[in-house]
Design a binder for this molecule. Structure first.
Ligand code: BTN
Length: 326
């Protein structure tokens, strides 16, 4: 009931009458008042005026289960939410929940991570009260070689959400970083668990730098947060609401063809390096070429100086602009 009252308060223009709330939920005025008191304790500034009712005065950047449940209108993505004020890593927790039989769409969210994991064995800086850290559990019914494409589907969903909530024009750095004004605001770490040659589950972990002002020395020159860059406040819960909404839609388009053909036009339009010279760093050595966009499998097509087009698979290489990160 608390999360439903919260949703009504957020959506209501004026005051919400206590009597209406009682009738809607079939409970006493005292029960409504108790829920309001709990919301106030969680940080919501709710005005209570005799004979008029309740009104949400300001929308604070609260990130917790009630707030998320009050927002998510998806069919399955984020339907089962586990929220932690502090957690080692949302990916590790989501994988453990998968082992215990958690359903597809389970969403693990943390306000702080004490052992946030990045790609290539790096750590992911995850201070409390600043950013968005979450992992979404999927149980796909397709071959393991298709799983890396899910990271690109998520990148597109995060891109769309940042664009809408931030009112800005971010880019995607293939395969899955979101960049704003040339600096990284989002990282995605997808982990797959196999059962012989079938996928048991896939966990897609996302970290969005929303408010952080400091970053560790190794990433300080290439990371930035949305609020510092956009100079306005961003609600983490709203951002997550939008990401889930877009992911659910884009994932359905992915499943329709089992590839990215219905999404690649949009993805390529957001690609920061498109038609620019990039350096491809492969274990066997580095080379340069012009990035032409992704193909339906999510591979980056790079035209070499001799005209040959190489299709680069995300797992093996990293790509950067010839002058640095992008
Ligand atoms: C990267 O290195 O770019 C990927 C970073 C992914 C970080 C997110 S934060 C939520 C989830 N839990 C983790 O431990 N990592 C991912």
């Amino acid at each position: 009931m608390k999360s439903k009252i919260l949703a009504l308060l957020r959506e209501s223009e004026g005051y919400l009458s206590g009597q209406d709330l009682c009738e809607r939920f079939g409970v006493t005025r005292a029960a409504i008042w108790k829920a309001i008191r709990q919301l106030q304790k969680e940080g919501y500034e709710i005005e209570a005026v005799r004979n008029r009712g309740y009104r949400l005065v300001v929308l604070p950047d609260v990130l917790n289960r009630d707030e998320l449940e009050s927002r998510l209108r998806t069919d399955w993505a984020g339907k089962n939410i586990e929220y932690h004020a502090s957690l080692g890593s949302t990916n590790v927790r989501a994988k453990a929940m998968a082992e215990e039989g958690a359903p597809e769409g389970t969403l693990v969210v943390a306000d702080e991570q004490t052992a946030g994991r990045g790609r290539r064995g790096r750590s992911w800086s995850s201070p409390a009260g600043k950013n968005l850290y979450f992992s979404l559990l999927l149980r796909p019914d397709f071959a393991p070689d298709k799983a890396p494409m899910l990271t690109l589907v998520m990148a597109l969903a995060v891109h769309r959400a940042i664009e809408e909530v931030g009112g800005c024009r971010p880019d995607i750095k293939w395969p899955n970083d979101i960049v704003l004004n040339g600096k990284k605001v989002t990282g995605i770490l997808t982990e797959m668990s196999l059962q012989s040659d079938y996928i048991d589950n896939v966990v897609i972990g996302v970290g969005v730098n929303v408010k952080a002002q400091e970053f560790s020395p190794e990433i300080a020159d290439k990371a930035v947060s949305l609020e510092t860059e956009l100079k306005k406040s961003i609600s983490r819960a709203l951002l997550l609401e939008k990401i889930m909404e877009y992911f659910e839609k884009d994932y359905a388009l992915f499943l329709e063809r089992m590839d990215l053909s219905l999404l690649m036009e949009h993805y390529n339009a957001c690609l920061v390096n498109r038609n620019r010279e990039v350096e491809v760093l492969e274990p066997a050595g580095a080379y340069k070429g012009i990035a032409e966009g992704i193909n339906p499998k999510g591979e980056l097509m790079v035209r070499l100086p001799d005209g040959e087009v190489k299709e680069i698979y995300a797992g093996e290489v990293s790509v950067r602009g010839v002058f640095g990160y992008v």
